[in-house]
Design a protein around this ligand. Structure first.
Ligand code: ARG
Length: 261
């Protein structure tokens, strides 16, 4: 149950509120309990013009968020947006229900441009396993073909290489408790390396198709999925999953892009 599903974040946090149900059979649930120190967590407001290739993936059926936004995505060709497979899995055969908005600082505002989606391709290796209460998406990549070409710069895809820090951006929540952030934010995040993520997640972390980033000070969170992890100015990963947000010992996990088929 991938698309539009926001699972509550772990057994340590029992209090949770169901915000919406019966959305294409998926449910949206977010926790209400107190969260670890945080604020994208640890970020600052960013002008959308800083990320002209960054799209907000949304759908009018996702009425609980302005612009129906539930994920991010990165423009890699004039009509090609990379996003997470878990963002669009359930809508792959209903691409007409998806749209992408570029250039909007705050989803609650206007501005920027919104483009319809023509088709969805999900990575053939996409599958889901479990880590505690979290769904672990493997090969969490999808390509959206837009209904028209947009006149915007594309982002170059790369490998994290030996980078020690990266950058993340998104319209997602600023902590595990924040239900309502709609402002684009970005943050610098450490890249702690595969060993750190193996320690956290064991075999759920697959270094062949994942890269980990983040700390208790800065991390991505819900509704940031599909958005960028930049390393040395290149798109090195897409926000995918983690155990909660910004929890000590549990970095964020990103789908690697240098293993694209
Ligand atoms: N699965 C989340 C989403 O769909 C992204 C979670 C990332 N979490 C993290 N702590 N880095 O928006």
């Amino acid at each position: 149950m991938a698309l539009l599903t926001r699972r509550a974040l772990g057994t340590a946090r029992p209090a949770r509120r169901i915000l919406g149900t019966a959305l294409l059979g998926a449910s949206l649930s977010l926790p209400l309990a107190a969260s670890p120190a945080s604020a994208v967590v640890g970020g600052t407001p960013a002008p959308a013009a800083r990320y002209p290739w960054l799209g907000a993936v949304g759908s009018p059926v996702f009425f609980v968020r302005p612009a129906g936004q539930f994920c991010g995505g990165a423009l890699v060709g004039p009509d090609r947006l990379l996003t997470s497979a878990h963002c669009v899995g359930l809508l792959r055969d209903l691409p007409g229900l998806l749209n992408v908005t570029f250039g909007r600082d705050d989803l609650a505002g206007k501005g920027g441009e919104t483009v319809a989606v023509k088709s969805v391709r999900v990575h053939p290796g996409y599958r889901e396993t479990k880590f505690k209460d979290e769904t672990v998406p493997h090969h969490d990549l999808a390509v959206l073909t837009l209904a028209r070409r947009v006149n915007r710069p594309v982002v170059a895809v790369g490998s994290p290489g030996s980078a020690r820090t990266g950058r993340v951006a998104g319209w997602g929540t600023t902590s595990e408790d924040d239900l309502f952030n709609t402002r684009l934010r970005d943050a610098q995040v450490p890249l702690p390396g595969d060993a750190a993520c193996r320690r956290a997640y064991g075999a759920s972390y697959d270094p062949a198709d994942m890269v980990c980033a983040g700390s208790p000070k800065a991390d991505t969170c819900q509704f940031d999925s599909g958005g960028p992890l930049l390393a040395a100015g290149r798109l090195a990963g897409l926000t995918s999953w983690a155990y909660g947000c910004a929890r000590p010992g549990y970095p964020g996990v990103y789908a690697r892009l240098d293993s694209l088929p």
